[in-house]
Design a protein around this ligand. Sequence first.
Ligand code: ADP
Length: 619
Amino acid sequence: ASCAAHILSKQPGGTLSDPPARQNSLWKILARILALARPYLLPMVLSYVGMTMATILNLLFPALIKLVIDEGLSGADQSYLLRIALLLMVLAVFRSGFLFGQSYFSEYAALKVRYDLRNDFYDRVQRQSFSFQDKTQTGHLISQFISDTETIGAFVSQGMMNVVSVVILFAGTVIVLFTFDWQLALLSMSVLPFVAWITIKFGNVTRPMYLRARDQFSRVNTVIQENLGGVRVVKAFAREPRETEKLDAADLEYLRLSLMPIRVWAWTLPMLVILGALATAIILWYGGSEVIRGSLTVGSLVAFTGYMAQLTPAIRRLGNMINLISRAVASGQRVFELFDIKNLIESKPGAIKLDDVRGYVRFENVCFFYDTGEGPEVLNNIAIEAKPGQVVAFIGPTGAGKSTIVSLIPRFYDVTSGRVTVDGYDVRDLDLESLRSHIGIVQQESFLFSATIAENIAYGRPAAPIEEIVAAARAAQADDFIQSFPEGYQTRVGERGSTVSGGQRQRISIARALLKDPKILILDDATSSVDTETEYIIQQALVRLMKGRTTFVIAQRLLTVKLADQILVVIGGKIVERGRHDELLALDGYYAEIYGSQLRDQEEMARRVEAAMAAERVG
Ligand code: ADP
């Protein structure tokens, strides 16, 4: 049977190729950002109270000046002036207290929101499935992690706050001015609708520009991250100039995209300033003639210009805030897009937790496609039965699907059809953590963290006592070289494991798997770039590691193949031959061919190394 029927039924969910949130409306995103601040309701309320009070006090200052001019100066009343001066000082003290509360509590809430958001972000990214990781660039994620959370925090502390404060200032000014002189108020405020129109209009224009600039910034990050990660390759091929050019091009594009909204904004400022001046001009001209006619006091005229002088910077601030809100919405859109990706690989409700497994693994008619859209199936009707303790070796050309087969056991990917079972349980019914706790994996490229060697070995069991760590290292033939380091097990491994050689790194990862003591073991047996003697040592370590565990090994070496209980020859996603070494040789098919072309030479080599080592031991 073929797997073709399943192509159509395969759900494309859980990928970045169909972002669900780009159509999310502005208000929905803002509401979601504000919801992040909900746990910090008290500091938020306190900061808003501080802001409101400070703004209201601000509204009193022009009114005090009006009193000074109209009452104090005209009545030549010195003590009245003193009282107003004192009142002004008292109000100023209160106002600064409120301002302190406003900025302290709002920054506090913003820092907390950023902290929560970063944690949440990291947590979600880490829990995403392998298909997510396949499609996502690290640089993109890092830039989201750093700059998007920053912008969202800035919105929480300043954005909303400033908008509300400007609204209060507006409302207050309107009320005060209308009680002074409603005609003058109406005239001078006639410019405000234009101000509002300009700020909203330009906000709409700039928002997509910010989004594009943000996306480009993460592209720059990706370039940097890849170049630094692949620095050895870059240097080996003397491609530094080209890589610098690549970064330069990406960065230049970022510069260009960032300048676009700024150019738009630069236009709004002069327009707003002119409108502000227009309002003042109207006050001086119309209000001045009212003073001459005697229908307005000098104090009111001065207070009017005072209020307008407060409004102008507030308008500008509102402009900046709309700018900040645009950026926060762009950031929120990207972050929430990621939050909304459904993780298809997670424990289902009521998943079974296995405390212990025997290591009985079966593949039943497994078909599999990678989630990349169309294309032929990667695995076609795979059937495997591995009894507890058996060694199953996969052999076949690169790209045949061997790694894909073994990645289905710890559920790095889910089968497209058929099922994979451990001790008779479908792996999709098992608790993911408990499933993976029974599986050990030694990869070809083993990753070491920048921690001590002991910590690296104990990665799967951080609480393991040092004796057990040493025992595992000894069994993995790693103890000797570890002891030879001046700091022994406490030697820190450099970035990307640079202080240890490839062969040493592999033995450390074998020790890591041994210490975890899993019932099911997955091995990528390809040892790259080690000499024959090291290879022999690693081989011995692997044999020890496989003992008593159901082992799936992607075999490159004859020794491993020979001791396998089953050899599965994989070609083009299908198992084309199966059996033990001798049986397959007798079959005289693919295996016999591979043996003849690749494995036989190793046999001779292994014999010689073994003889040499034996001679050394005797001598
Ligand atoms: P092998 O281990 O036998 O070399 P793989 O299982 O790595 O083969 O690959 C089988 C096929 O699946 C190849 O065609 C490869 O290009 C494709 N493939 C492997 N990994 C992925 C992935 N993460 N996403 C998409 N396709 C993949």
